[in-house]
Design a protein around this ligand. Structure first.
Ligand SMILES: *[C@@H]1O[C@H](CO)[C@@H](O)[C@H](O)[C@H]1NC(C)=O
Ligand SMILES: *[C@@H]1O[C@H](CO)[C@@H](O)[C@H](O)[C@H]1NC(C)=O
Ligand SMILES: *[C@@H]1O[C@H](CO)[C@@H](O)[C@H](O)[C@H]1NC(C)=O
Length: 309
């Protein structure tokens, strides 16, 4: 799947120290010929600075146009659907007294599935394909989420943040994943507060290639066949005579695909390299490759990828 990421540029003018603003992911488009889905995504902050990096931005009517070295700030917004930042949290201490400052944030919206699971409950992640966890945080960042029948003292602490890699360790590379949300698994970032897990994950259609390219999953070819092993695969609109020979197999195909693809993140094979000489003239053939991604945790997913000639 090709994902069209929407790049949003947001510049907030800070006129006063109490402005709170939202980063919010609106819509994204999943691009595929006949399919166009719009959904909410999650935020991925690319860069954020507080201060002044040029003389033009937010300069209207301002006497002082002093440029300072940009102060890059860390925003805890990754993996969330929307994110509020209190400007006081980034504005103190003042990085450049006397200069009129602004907060400039570049972020993208990643198409992701957003899950909230309360402490003590079971979290379910499911993909038709392969789970890739984008971000997870166990704690409490607002008073309303998972607050039903809770004492107010249990929901009062909203500065409780516990980013965790545990969910990624448990679920990446699988197509389903269930675990109980609790401090025994994630550690306790804030005692006496009733916490929840907020996470975002994406379903990757090609398990060995990921946009973040950091997960290190590598192709391991299990089997490959060029020819025809059944009458159904790649049969649409073909005359029966081209489908009858189901014992057609190009010798050496598996070795060739293994040589080209094993240990790589992605690989391309020119169909001509396996198609000549023709192993069965008159039969409509396909390339069928089963592969897994290693190391992609215990559970592996097998994809069947027929290529039409
Ligand atoms: C955001 O992107 C714009 C345009 O590419 C760039 O001029 C600006 O410096 C970026 N802001 C940050 C904080 O990196
Ligand atoms: C790939 O796996 C499927 C399902 O197990 C099987 O039907 C098919 O024959 C396999 N392909 C090859 C080339 O071994
Ligand atoms: C299918 O093609 C192979 C390779 O050309 C050939 O050896 C075999 O006899 C054919 N089988 C049938 C049923 O025609």
């Amino acid at each position: 799947l090709l994902l069209l990421l929407l790049l949003l540029l947001l510049i907030i003018i800070i006129t006063d120290k109490y402005i709170i603003f939202n980063l919010e992911c609106q819509r994204f488009v999943l691009r595929k010929p006949s399919l166009s889905i719009s959904e909410k995504g999650v935020i991925s902050v690319q860069a954020a600075l507080y201060g002044r990096a040029d003389t033009d931005t937010c300069s209207e009517g301002r006497p002082s146009r002093v440029t300072t070295a940009p102060i890059y700030v860390l925003l805890r917004c990754d993996g969330k659907k929307e994110c509020e930042i209190n400007i006081r949290d980034v504005a103190t201490p003042d990085p450049c007294v006397g200069t009129f400052k602004y907060l400039d944030t570049n972020y993208t919206c990643l198409p992701a599935i957003h899950v909230v699971a309360c402490e003590g409950s079971l979290a379910h992640l499911f993909c038709g394909q392969v789970i890739s966890v984008y971000g997870a945080d166990y704690g409490r960042r607002d008073e309303t989420t998972c607050s039903y029948r809770r004492f107010s003292f249990q929901t009062r602490n909203t500065l409780c943040s516990g980013p965790t890699n545990k969910v990624a360790e448990l679920c990446n590379g699988k197509n389903r994943c269930t675990f109980r949300v609790g401090s025994s698994l994630f550690g306790d970032p804030c005692r006496n507060t009733y916490k929840y897990l907020e996470l975002a994950y994406v379903c990757e259609s090609t398990p060995c290639t990921s946009s973040s390219a950091t997960r290190g999953a590598l192709i391991s070819v299990q089997a490959a066949l060029y020819g025809r092993a059944d009458t159904d695969t790649c049969s649409e609109g073909r005359p029966v005579g081209q489908l009858t020979n189901t014992t057609c197999s190009q010798p050496g195909t598996e070795d060739l695909v293994k040589t080209r693809c094993d240990g790589k993140k992605e690989c391309e094979i020119n169909i001509r390299d396996v198609a000549t000489p023709d192993p069965c003239v008159g039969t409509f053939k396909y390339l069928d490759t089963n592969y897994t991604c290693l190391p992609a945790s215990q559970s592996t997913v097998t994809l069947k990828q027929p290529h039409r000639l």
